[in-house]
Design a protein around this ligand. Structure first.
Ligand SMILES: Nc1nc2c([nH]c(=O)n2[C@H]2C[C@H](O)[C@@H](COP(=O)(O)OP(=O)(O)OP(=O)(O)O)O2)c(=O)[nH]1
Length: 131
């Protein structure tokens, strides 16, 4: 099975976290699901470099990338994903949605209300537990 390695940003503004919605896709299990912004690590990049690149490409923002929060391994029907999520801090809620179809800033308590990609659920649970 194909394996991909992805980085994702948990972007904190005060007590809120940025949640972004993927576009429609032929893979129904990720189509229009909520996720943390990020993407695949390219050859030669560190995780932090990949995350900084993806955040510029997807949202035109440069938050401060802090610590690794959780690494999740999840098997979807077509591929296995290893996703490293990092805490990030921003001092502005200003974003430009270049790829995602919507975005919400939510407090931890409200994260469970969204329809998340399955690989994100352990991250969401840990964020809620840490509250
Ligand atoms: N960025 C991100 N991707 C996630 C999350 N959860 C999850 O299952 N994924 C999956 C969806 C995609 O299959 C994969 C990320 O690939 P992507 O297509 O967004 O990455 P990319 O920007 O490098 O895309 P591309 O150049 O290949 O088009 O990881 C998440 O929280 N954030």
């Amino acid at each position: 099975m194909k394996k991909i390695e992805v980085v994702a940003a948990i972007i904190h503004f005060e007590d809120e976290i940025l949640c972004v919605q993927r576009a429609e896709s032929k893979l129904d299990y990720i189509s229009e699901k909520f996720e943390f912004p990020g993407g695949k690590i390219e050859k030669g990049e560190t995780k932090e470099e990949a995350l900084a690149r993806e955040l510029t490409e997807e949202l035109d923002i440069k938050p401060v990338i802090k610590d690794l929060f959780l690494t999740v391994v999840h098997t979807y029907p077509d591929f296995e994903i290893t996703m490293h999520s990092f805490n990030c801090i921003t001092n502005s809620k200003k974003i430009k949605l270049k790829e995602h179809i919507s975005a919400q800033w939510l407090k931890n308590d409200n994260l469970s209300h969204l329809d998340w990609a399955a690989a994100d659920l352990p991250i969401v649970s840990k964020l809620i537990d840490n509250e």
